[in-house]
Design a protein around this ligand. Structure first.
Ligand code: GUN
Ligand code: FE
Length: 429
């Protein structure tokens, strides 16, 4: 029999998406949480939980916490700047110079405090982050996330070719530093974990990629990188790796494409063979539409990817993308999906509000395990949303309120955040 030990009950309008396209709405419902996990969502509070305190959120909405599958933490200062170039010159001109500053630990600490505060502010309860090539500053970022109580995978970046003198590693040192860092961090925190992070094929030699694939396996950690983002990048990869018939196969040949849980950012221009290999290897796509717009990269075929069985989540891709807010990313995902619908002869329908909520929560949350939903056994990550300022003179259904929150909402609508069962307050650093 259930007891009220470590139980909390939240009352309010509960919305979540057990499946892509399926929205559950429980008006004035009861969300029961025990320890760090969801017990269930009920229209009437079951007798056995009546001993527990009920936190009443009235007419507010309670939704799962947001998941950002791809965010370059050291690019925070570049947000909203340098959108005049495509990917490769953009990296050379703006990105590598900024990231190289993170050899300075004082700079890193100041900047990473801002990153963590911003994640908290926008209700991004779980994120998958790139750091820089510097192991010590990457450790600072992990410490700050753990202190703040936010969940994350964080990567020390690896790059040993086609990179500027001031921001490049020697292959052996890159692998040695990465192993030392994995050793230090893979069991250090509860919900902050390391992820192996070859930047992308153009900046990683075969020896480095192979070594990183081996380390991911040895320490049983996941992998993240970039894939099929830009036409110039794809042409360069086929010159560098004529032995592979498409870009994703290069990662696969080096043990980096689903041999461990894997996220690939962008995946805009992949051919059918690449999509098929992603589906077969359960490789996640981090869909980053603001970035893809800003850098003129293109529009990823999200519904096609989902229909082919590829797992998809949403991502800011700071600072290719300028917005951390997942509602902003949901809105632009909807907009570009309408352009994609036109571009692909109206074959693939645009994304709906319930589909967008799924992608922003359970879609990316799957990478963390049972995260991003209020189904039984899911880790309790949640946001309490006060959307009163978005109301008009007409009565609105909860489905309409969700849709409008996606388009008009911002951080001011988020009044409480929970991660893995704990209420998280604004970081005090
Ligand atoms: N490909 C390799 N590095 C990067 C990066 O920092 N941002 C984006 N958008 N694409 C990349
Ligand atoms: Fe990126």
């Amino acid at each position: 029999m259930a007891t009220c030990n470590n139980v909390k009950v939240l009352k309010g309008n509960v919305l979540y998406t057990p499946k892509f396209g399926e929205l559950k709405v429980i008006k004035n419902g009861y969300l029961v949480v025990q320890d760090n996990k969801v017990v269930g969502v009920y229209e009437n509070l079951p007798e056995e939980y009546k001993c527990s305190e009920v936190i009443d959120h009235g007419d507010k909405m309670i939704i799962p916490g947001f998941v950002d599958l791809h965010f370059h933490a050291p690019q925070l200062s570049n947000r909203g700047l340098g959108m005049d170039k495509e990917l490769l010159p953009w990296l050379e001109t703006y990105t590598f110079p900024e990231e190289s500053k993170y050899s300075n630990l004082e700079y890193a600490e100041k900047a990473y405090k801002k990153v963590v505060k911003e994640l908290w502010r926008y209700g991004t309860t779980r994120s998958v982050l790139f750091g820089t090539i510097h192991k010590d500053s990457t450790n600072i970022l992990m410490d700050l996330l753990a202190k703040a109580g936010l969940g994350a995978y964080v990567g020390k970046v690896n790059m040993d070719r086609n990179s500027p003198d001031f921001y490049i590693e020697d292959t052996e040192k890159s692998l040695k530093d990465t192993e030392a860092w994995l050793e230090e961090t893979h069991n250090k925190y509860d919900i902050v974990k390391p992820i192996v992070t070859p930047r992308f094929v153009p900046t990683c030699t075969s020896n480095l990629m192979k070594g990183l694939g081996d380390l991911a396996k040895k320490y049983n950690v996941p992998v993240q990188s970039h894939l099929s983002e830009n036409q110039g990048e794809i042409a360069w990869v086929s010159e560098l790796h004529p032995e592979s018939s498409f870009y994703g196969e290069v990662y696969d040949n080096h043990g980096l494409f689903g041999q461990q849980p894997t996220i690939m950012a962008h995946c805009i221009h992949g051919n059918d063979a690449e999509i098929e290999l992603m589906a077969k290897n359960n490789v996640y796509v981090a869909h980053s539409p603001h970035s893809n717009n800003n850098l003129s990269s293109g529009i990823a075929p999200i519904r096609k990817l989902v229909e082919k069985g590829v797992p998809v989540g949403l991502a800011s891709d700071i600072s290719g993308g300028h917005a951390i807010s997942m509602t902003s990313i949901m809105a632009v995902s909807a907009q570009v999906s309408r352009l994609k619908w036109l571009e692909m002869n109206k074959e693939y329908a645009a994304l709906s509000a319930p589909e967008l909520l799924y992608l922003a929560t359970k879609g990316g949350g799957g990478f963390f395990g049972k995260v991003g939903s209020f189904e039984e056994g899911y880790e309790f990550d949640a946001l309490v949303i006060d959307d009163e300022n978005l109301a008009d003179l007409n009565p609105r259904t909860l489905e309409e309120r969700l849709e409008r929150y996606i388009y008009l909402g911002d951080d001011r609508n988020i009044i409480e955040r929970y991660v893995a069962g704990k209420k998280v307050e604004e970081p005090n650093f």
